[in-house]
Design a protein around this ligand. Structure first.
Ligand SMILES: *[C@@H]1O[C@H](CO)[C@@H](O)[C@H](O)[C@H]1NC(C)=O
Ligand SMILES: *[C@@H]1O[C@H](CO)[C@@H](O)[C@H](O)[C@H]1NC(C)=O
Ligand SMILES: *[C@@H]1O[C@H](CO)[C@@H](O)[C@H](O)[C@H]1NC(C)=O
Ligand SMILES: *[C@@H]1O[C@H](CO)[C@@H](O)[C@H](O)[C@H]1NC(C)=O
Ligand SMILES: *[C@@H]1O[C@H](CO)[C@@H](O)[C@H](O)[C@H]1NC(C)=O
Length: 404
């Protein structure tokens, strides 16, 4: 009799503990980076760049990412649908004429786990991290959320999104029994998250935010966007001409926003070597003039102060990034490649996309805030591959389980 009762009490206690532990998981919101959200488009275009481009659709189709569109010749149609048009009076951008774009799936994880609807493994984004979190008890669309956005734009044009993200944090907190939320960003998702946290009052952050986990954060810009502006990047698809995709790449204010910051690069450091002159950070205006893209200068003017000076988020930070991957440092153009061809590159240290000094920017938060800032590097974790590395995923799980 006595024994039976003890057993029952123990079982009750154990299940009570299990329940306690399960409810202790802090919900997570995934904030993707540049290229990390799906786009759907519906067309009713006045003109197309080529006769074989589709002019009108009655339905929304997958614009990004859609591997079928990235084949030569179709890519020109894609570029024309994806590009933004800058209005130099209002200093804002809008979609290419006759292109209606929606970013599907806000709040859920599906459209940030996979970039392509077909779920080809090639286009996995947050999927492996999501699977890792599900394995420790997370539930998609309940304790695990996603916040896709129009990654072509910088925060000055993302007011609606930032408002929705704030609301998503609050809703996620309340719908999980007043449990604080973890924001998990990748790449440009980190400066976006930081921008939101910088705007929010201390009381809001103390109430709603548990911590900010940053993967491969771009804290002070990177060199790669400079190449996107000057000559474009063919995304390593040999048959694609950089110059053709450049139209879209340089039309994104986010590209201007992610150019190297003067808090991280010195005024006399040569960034671009051209046949007749060199360019440093002080020469951005001249650089845009010389490449015949003065819109780029205006976009830089619109965006460069958004996170400069870099200010701590005022919440607990876990800053994780790769090291030891060759990363573009300086671009060298000769008479033949300036400025429509592909430059040679003098390598720098980093994660393959972001230069090390920018990745390390989170360390500056340590002296700016009381909340802890944890920093961990992963040898050889390339900018995109960091999302799939088992050691990184294990570390994220440990943070969320309170073991790290
Ligand atoms: C603004 O755009 C208009 C139309 O594209 C152009 O004619 C004008 O030169 C531009 N102004 C500036 C200051 O770039
Ligand atoms: C996710 O949750 C929201 C609200 O809780 C709901 O409206 C939506 O249908 C859910 N999505 C899926 C795919 O279950
Ligand atoms: C440009 O920079 C390179 C490397 O720093 C240097 O060797 C070269 O002399 C510079 N050229 C000019 C025109 O200043
Ligand atoms: C490149 O062009 C510049 C200016 O036109 C000229 O002075 C220079 O000699 C050229 N260099 C080469 C290697 O052809
Ligand atoms: C970079 O890689 C080398 C060789 O793989 C290794 O010895 C070194 O410790 C690595 N550096 C860092 C910072 O991880």
């Amino acid at each position: 009799m006595e024994l039976g009762r003890t057993v029952i009490i123990c079982v009750a206690l154990i299940s009570f503990l299990v329940v306690c532990k399960a409810t202790k998981l802090n919900p997570v919101i995934l904030v993707p980076g540049d290229g990390g959200s799906q786009f759907k488009a519906k067309l009713n275009k006045p003109t197309t760049v080529a006769s074989y481009c589709i002019k009108k659709t009655d339905y929304y189709y997958d614009l990004w990412l859609n591997l079928e569109q990235l084949v030569p010749f179709l890519i020109d149609c894609f570029v024309d649908n994806m590009r933004l048009v800058y209005d130099n009076k209002t200093r804002t951008t809008h979609n290419s004429p006759g292109v209606d774009i929606v970013i599907p799936g806000f709040g859920d994880t599906e459209t940030v786990e996979w970039l392509d609807h077909s779920r080809l493994s090639l286009t996995t984004y947050f999927h492996n991290i999501a699977e890792g979190l599900v394995s420790i008890g997370y539930i998609r669309n309940k304790t695990l959320k996603g916040a896709p956005f129009d990654f072509r734009k910088a925060p000055n044009e993302l007011k609606e999104y930032l408002k929705n993200l704030k609301t998503l944090v609050e809703e996620t907190y309340y719908s999980n029994g007043n449990t604080q939320v973890v924001l998990l960003g990748h790449s440009m998702g980190n400066p976006i998250t930081l921008y939101l946290l910088n705007q929010m009052p201390k009381q809001w952050k103390n109430k709603f935010i548990k911590s900010f986990i940053s993967l491969a954060g771009v804290w002070g810009g990177a060199m790669k966007p400079i190449r996107l502006m000057i000559s474009g990047d063919n995304l390593n698809i040999p048959i694609v001409k950089s110059k053709n995709v450049r139209i879209e790449q340089r039309s994104m204010p986010s590209t201007a926003w992610l150019m190297p910051s003067d808090e991280f690069w010195g005024p006399d450091e040569v960034m671009v070597v051209a046949p007749t002159r060199n360019y440093t950070l002080k020469d951005y205006k001249q650089l845009f003039k010389d490449i015949n893209y003065e819109t780029g200068w205006m976009m830089w003017e619109d965006t460069h102060k958004l996170l400069n000076p870099l200010r701590a988020p005022g919440v607990e930070v876990h800053c994780l990034h790769g090291v030891n991957v060759s990363t573009p440092g300086v671009f060298v153009y000769d008479n033949k490649t300036w400025h429509d061809g592909f430059p040679t590159t003098i390598p720098d240290e980093g994660d393959g996309t972001v230069n090390i000094r920018s990745l390390l920017g989170c360390q500056r938060f340590k002296t700016q805030q009381q909340q802890p800032v944890y920093h961990k590097t992963f040898n050889g974790a390339e900018h995109m591959q960091i999302l799939n590395r088992p050691d990184v995923i294990d570390h994220v799980k440990n943070i969320l389980l309170g073991k790290s």
